[in-house]
Design a protein around this ligand. Structure first.
Ligand code: PLP
Length: 408
């Protein structure tokens, strides 16, 4: 009889969004008249930019004609999108990368989840706590996380991020092979300074570690001193892989497109002690297991980099960031200790009066009719914290703050 991958059976069920959905359904059944405001889910709500829509239409029309029809594309993406990325996301920041360093994908979830394919199962892992769950679960699936002992995976180093360290991961006091960092951070909405990121790069170079840098929210950075890419730090091309997504940058959560940077300078050791290029391995992995992001989506993504596209995308981000400002101010006025929301679309705050994350969630739902996300769902260090997202409407953001202020 065929044997399954037992590692999948070790996965902890992620009850977070199921529990939230169940509680919200029960509440709605009991209070059908309630005007519920949902500030929990991390999905965008505004439509794609007109420049993107136009480009998508044009690409669809190309597919309708024999002369312009496209079949299979290059697995690593079309030159036109790689060039637009190099010109706009990296060159202005003084980062020299090449086309071959850029792998277009269907988003950052797939790539952060799949990247472990090209790395040995013997590598040790470090993650921040709280965390975007894909980093841990994908390592559990491959068997790299080890076993769950007292609620923690025994081959994973957890780096608690809390108010005391300003939600910036403490650097481990021992060598770790692979480190997952995400800034601006989901769920805490906090960022990392250039100085701190340099310390991480220095640590990685010294220990021959690889940093998996998730920059899915970099477009939300408002403070010019905050790095948008780890490659702004000297030496990072030798120790980091960076993940980008058009999901939150430009509303592609349903359209699907992103990219991953695997610099050709980046190497790792083979079992017999030689050094080999990870870029070539990732290229091979993608060519074998991925058949490319659709031409239509890539044309849509390219339009983000046109002058009109840039302006339209910026306006949408500013809309969400104004929601974030309203929420930050509202919660602060209500006497809460608030983090994030200045360079990210997430607001993170401590529940008052020592309430647990779920206690606060229940009361906010029952008494205020606002849905939030309990921080503990992102890891044990999230206990006692709450995440709100700025992806809702202006009206709902204002109304929710008014209700919370009156309530508290
Ligand atoms: N990385 C982080 C930190 C995220 O929060 C998300 C989505 O919420 C993703 C990656 C996934 O992005 P994509 O839609 O490109 O798969």
């Amino acid at each position: 009889m065929a044997q399954l991958n037992d590692n999948f059976l070790k996965l902890q069920k992620n009850y977070l969004f199921i529990d939230i959905a169940n509680k919200v359904s029960a509440f709605k059944a009991a209070h059908p008249e309630a005007n519920l405001i949902r500030l929990g889910i991390g999905d965008v709500t505004l439509p794609l930019a007109p420049a993107v829509i136009e480009a998508l239409h044009k690409a669809v029309d190309e597919m309708a004609h024999k002369d312009t029809f496209r079949g299979y594309g290059p697995e690593h993406g079309y030159d036109f999108l790689q060039d637009a990325i190099l010109e706009n996301d990296f060159k202005p920041r003084g980062i020299q990368l090449e086309r071959d360093d850029i792998f277009i994908s269907d988003g950052a979830k797939s790539d952060t989840g799949n990247i472990g394919d090209i790395l040995s199962l013997r590598n040790s892992i470090a993650v921040t706590d709280p965390i975007y769950p894909v980093y841990i679960d994908s390592n559990v699936m491959s068997g790299r996380a080890g076993d769950l002992v007292n609620g923690a995976w025994n081959n994973i180093t957890y780096m608690p991020c809390n108010a005391e360290n300003n939600f910036v991961a403490p650097i481990p006091d021992h060598a770790v092979d692979i480190i997952y960092l995400c800034y601006p951070n989901n769920p805490t909405g906090t960022v990392i300074t250039r100085e701190r990121l340099k310390q991480w790069v220095d640590y990685a170079l010294q220990n021959h570690s690889i940093i998996m840098y998730d920059a899915a929210y970099e477009a939300y950075i408002q403070d010019p001193s905050i790095p948008h890419s780890i490659y702004e730090i000297e030496g990072a091309k030798r120790c980091a892989i960076e993940f980008h997504s058009f999901s939150k940058t430009a509303g592609f959560t349903g359209t699907r497109c992103g990219y991953t940077v695997v610099p050709q300078e980046l190497t790792a050791r083979t079992a017999d002690g030689k050094e080999a290029s990870l870029n070539q391995l990732w290229n091979r992995r993608q060519s074998t297991k991925y058949n490319g992001t659709s031409y239509i989506q890539q044309r849509g993504a390219e339009a983000i980099y046109t002058p009109e596209g840039k302006q339209q995308v910026r306006e949408t981000i500013q809309y969400y960031m104004e929601n974030a400002r309203i929420m930050r101010e509202g919660l602060t006025k209500a006497g809460l200790q608030v983090f994030g929301g200045e360079n990210a679309p997430y607001i993170w705050f401590r529940a008052p009066q020592g309430m647990t994350s779920w206690q606060f969630f229940d009361r906010l739902l029952e008494e205020v009719h606002v849905v939030c996300t309990p921080g503990v769902g992102f890891g044990p260090s999230g206990e006692g914290y709450i995440r709100l997202t700025a992806f809702g409407s202006r009206e709902n953001s204002l109304e929710a703050m008014q209700r919370i202020l009156t309530w508290l």
